[in-house]
Every structure is written in C-alpha cells, then in structure tokens.
Design a protein. Structure first.
Length: 301
C-alpha cells in the first residue's frame, strides 16, 4: 500500500487542500445547483408537468432564465468555506491514518483507511453545515421567484437574526450522516485506485496526471453513491420553512417516501453522477499538484 508515512504538515494540507477544494467547487458547482433544485422542487399537481423533468431540463431552464451566473448561484458560501474545510478534511484523514500507526512505516489496511476517511467527515461537518445551508437556500431562491437573500453574507445574517446559531447549523445531523460514511468511501476508493493504477516498480507519488484524474473521479462517484440519500434529506430539511419537520430527518424521510416513493431518495442522481467525476478529479489533481509544488518549494515546512 505504498508510501503513506510522510509526516502531516497542517500548513501544507491547508494550502493544497484549499486549492483542491476550489478546483472542485469551480468545476462542480453548476451541476450542484441543478442537483439541489431537482431535490427540492415541489411535487407537481395532478395533470401538471413537474417544474423540471430531469437533469438536462433543469440545466437548460436555469441557463435560459438566469444565464451562466444562475448555474453558479450560491457559490460564494462553499468557496469561502472550502479552504478551511478541505484543510480540515485532508488533515483529518492524515491524522486518522497516523493515529492507527504504531510507527510511521506501518502500512494501513483498506478498512483502516476507511476509518481515517470517516474521521475527516466528522472534522468537516462544523464547517460544511453552514455553507451547505446557505448554498441550498440561495440555489432554490431564484427558481422560487422570491428574492429574500441578496447573497451569502446577507443569508447568514438573516438566518442568525431569525433563529440564532441553530438556524445557521440546521441540518448538522444529516450532514454527519452524509459525510462520515461517504468520506470513508471517498478516501478508501482513492487510495485503492492509486495503488491499482501505479505501474509495477513505480511509487504512488509518481502517478501520472491522467491516472490521478481517473482515481479522483471514480472516488467521487463512489462517495456520492453512498451520500445521495442523506443528501436529499439534508437539502429538503435545510430549505424547509421553520417548524415544518419538528422531528427532524425522520419527518423528511416519512414525507418523501409517502408522497414520492423510495426512489425520491435518489433525486438528482444523474446530476450528481455527471458532476462527481470531473469535480472530484479536479479536486484530487489540484491537491496532488499543490502538494508536489509545496514539497518542492518548501521541503522543510
């Protein structure tokens, strides 16, 4: 399982993880907007067509009505949170590996890598939840025809005025339910594919750009295969009016299955999967390139 025993550098993880996260947001945000709008669209009335018939219909309507900027609606919140979030994510993963090693040379099993990835999901929830809450509200605002928030900061301020810190952190449990197992799958798949794709006699650190893109992209697909059902519940819960779901995600789950069936838990599946490969390929490539640059420029940092 190759050379994984390098010491953790928080500053390098901050810079490289932040750069990788910005790559992910820029490449993936348009389809993330489509995903959230599909997940939160109201059920159609009898005899009436749905607001969006699918991924490409939502993409087309958003582009026609709002232009390219409509697809990047709400991007400020994840961009602002992405540097510390990915720093914490990659640092948490590295720390999770280190905690399971008796000495730096120990090679971890894939279940141990999965556990380290789950720890990274716990670490990122505190940063992820507010950004997700604000992003989702801004993404659905334009399609609803109402303009309550002028931007990410205005949204955060109004949420705090209305409900305090609890309003900003609404959906924390569902974010944990999504990110802990999904992050474990994410990192385990990436490490597994890197080892598989490394030519015999070569080091994982020498992996070519196309192979890093393949490993990162497929890892993103596996991540979202695990994350979609809790993500649908989270999007619904975070964009619901106050008091609509007094029992939390159980009420959301009950309503979705009752009104729209079990398949509703996979709303936005096509948008997520189309987005997952390029966005996560960009993320891991950005991280690896930035880390190589930092190791070259500041080897003792």
């Amino acid at each position: 399982m190759a050379d994984e025993a390098k010491p953790i550098s928080p500053l390098k993880n901050l810079l490289a993880g932040g750069f990788g996260g910005m790559c992910l947001v820029f490449v993936g945000h348009p389809l993330d907007t489509v995903k959230v709008r599909l997940q939160t669209q109201p059920p159609s009335l009898p005899g009436q067509p749905p607001m969006y018939s699918g991924t490409f219909d939502c993409f087309r309507k958003t582009l026609v009505r709002e232009g390219i900027t409509g697809l990047y609606r709400g991007m400020a919140a994840p961009i602002i949170g992405v540097t510390p979030m990915f720093a914490v994510c990659f640092f948490g993963f590295g720390l999770g590996k280190k905690l399971q090693q008796k000495c730096p040379e120990d090679v971890l099993s894939y279940p141990q890598i999965f556990a380290a990835g789950m720890l990274s999901g716990v670490f990122t929830t505190g940063i992820m939840t507010p950004g997700e809450r604000i992003k989702c509200l801004l993404q659905i605002q334009a399609s609803s025809g109402q303009t309550k928030y002028t931007g990410a900061l205005d949204c955060a301020k109004k949420l705090y005025q209305e409900s305090g810190i609890r309003g900003i952190y609404k959906g924390t449990v569902l974010t944990l339910m999504r990110d802990v197992p999904a992050s474990g799958m994410y990192f385990m798949t990436y490490e597994w594919l890197k080892n598989i794709l490394t030519p015999e006699g070569k080091s994982v650190s020498e992996l070519s750009v196309p192979r890093i893109l393949v490993a990162g992209g497929i890892a993103g697909i596996f991540n979202w295969a695990v994350a979609i059902p809790p993500d649908v519940l989270k999007s619904r819960f975070q964009t619901a009016p106050p008091g609509k779901y007094p029992n939390g995600f159980r009420d959301v789950l009950r309503e979705l299955i009752r009104d729209e069936g079990i398949t509703s838990l996979y709303k936005g599946f096509n948008a997520v999967m189309i987005r997952a490969f390029p966005a996560n390929a960009a993320c891991f490539l950005g991280f690896e390139v930035a880390m190589k640059f930092l190791n070259w420029a500041t080897p003792n940092l």
